[in-house]
Design a binder for this molecule. Structure first.
Ligand code: PLP
Length: 355
């Protein structure tokens, strides 16, 4: 039996999107591809409230994280670390020979603007990296307040991993001044894994021009050269782009704001459910994620036992990340998951808890 995915990626994919992936193949230099690519990009620009260019990359999100580090960091990057994925930014920077300075924040807490301001004041950095929605801890940092700080430092690149919240919460890229805002399609976009997207500011493109060793597959300048023809340098996963284009139409039809609203309502519902049963959130008050809830396992059950039970119903949730494996459990409520799905899932968890 297929288990409906309530894990924070990959998420459950609707049949019509799977079917879009089965569209008969075309060549990536055909005019049909140009139309497909252009349409998809324009819809993504709408989703992100941006006029920036949008790269569509045949890689997972990590590929575009590496791209951002290689193309936007010359001397030193400030990495804000409050969980496993923000940590990944720092690891990538280091692996690419960049100098990394870290702000280490207790897991479960949000990145605070003051911490960034204090560091950037030194003038040592040419970029900062953060995970807007830390999937390992269920924390959504306050991007608006962080963006206010970033406005004071216009030369510092603002690199944002929005992997598990893009299309699940509003990210007003132009207003916030985000230079690279990236995500993979297997999270809140609810598509099969293997494709990633990123908005790239003019500033980031200018910065890339000044940087050597940008690599080959992810060289922003080469990607832009092809982008200007609505193409990609190498053969992309055309099937994925068909699915993304299809999904973006559905997202726009649902209403972008309605979609964000649906996500926050599902998140609220899960938190209230947890609270009513004596659980509490691992994430800091005021910074709970709209797409994934990380709940303290105060009842001390084995997450594996819960999942064994859920498997009989045809569902699966996620244990905690790393050392939080049994201390927390995570319920994803993102993508095309509806309130009714969440209600059903939680009723099953209630059944498990009452045994
Ligand atoms: C899943 C995830 C990643 C890694 O994405 P891949 O697509 O597996 O490379 C990075 N950051 C966050 C916040 C994530 O949730």
């Amino acid at each position: 039996m297929h288990k409906k995915l309530f894990i924070p990626g990959p998420t459950e994919v609707r049949k019509s999107n799977l079917e879009a992936m089965a569209t008969p193949m075309i060549g990536h230099r055909f005019p049909e591809f140009v139309d497909l690519f252009k349409e998809t990009v324009e819809k993504l620009q709408k989703l992100l409230y941006t006029n920036n260019i949008i790269f569509i990359s045949t890689s997972s999100s990590t590929g575009l994280m590496e791209a951002a580090m290689r193309n936007c960091v010359s001397k030193k990057v400030l990495s804000c670390i409050n969980g496993a994925f923000s940590q990944r930014w720092a690891d990538i920077a280091e692996a690419n020979g960049k100098v990394v300075d870290r702000i280490e924040i207790e897991w479960g807490k949000a990145v605070k603007p003051e911490m960034i301001d204090e560091k950037l004041r030194t003038g040592e950095y040419d970029a900062i990296s953060m995970a807007l929605n830390e999937t390992s801890t269920g924390v959504l940092s306050d991007i608006e307040r962080i963006a206010e700080v970033m406005k004071k430092y216009p030369d510092v690149m603002f690199l944002v991993d929005a992997v598990s919240c893009m299309s699940g919460t509003k990210i007003d890229v132009d207003k916030l001044g985000i230079d690279v805002c990236l995500a993979g399609v297997q999270k809140a976009f609810a598509l099969p894994p293997g494709l990633a997207v990123a908005s790239i500011s003019d500033k980031a493109m200018e910065k890339a021009k000044s940087i050597e060793n940008r690599g080959y597959y992810f060289d922003f300048l080469v990607m832009k050269k092809y982008y200007d023809k609505w193409q990609t340098p190498a053969t992309p996963s055309i099937s994925h782009i068909y699915a993304l284009n299809h999904q973006m139409s559905d997202i726009i039809e649902e209403g972008i704001e309605n979609r964000f609203d649906r996500h926050s309502k599902m998140a609220e519902y899960v938190r209230k459910w947890g609270n009513d049963r004596g659980f509490n959130m691992f994430s800091e008050e005021g910074y709970h994620s709209p797409t994934v809830s990380c709940i303290n396992n105060t009842k001390g059950f084995k997450v594996k036992d819960l999942n064994d039970f859920l498997a009989t119903k045809g569902a699966v949730i996620s244990n905690g990340y790393g050392t939080l494996k049994e201390k927390t459990f995570r319920i994803a409520h993102m993508g095309d998951t509806q309130m009714a799905d969440i209600e059903e899932l939680l009723s099953w968890i209630d059944e498990f808890l009452s045994k």
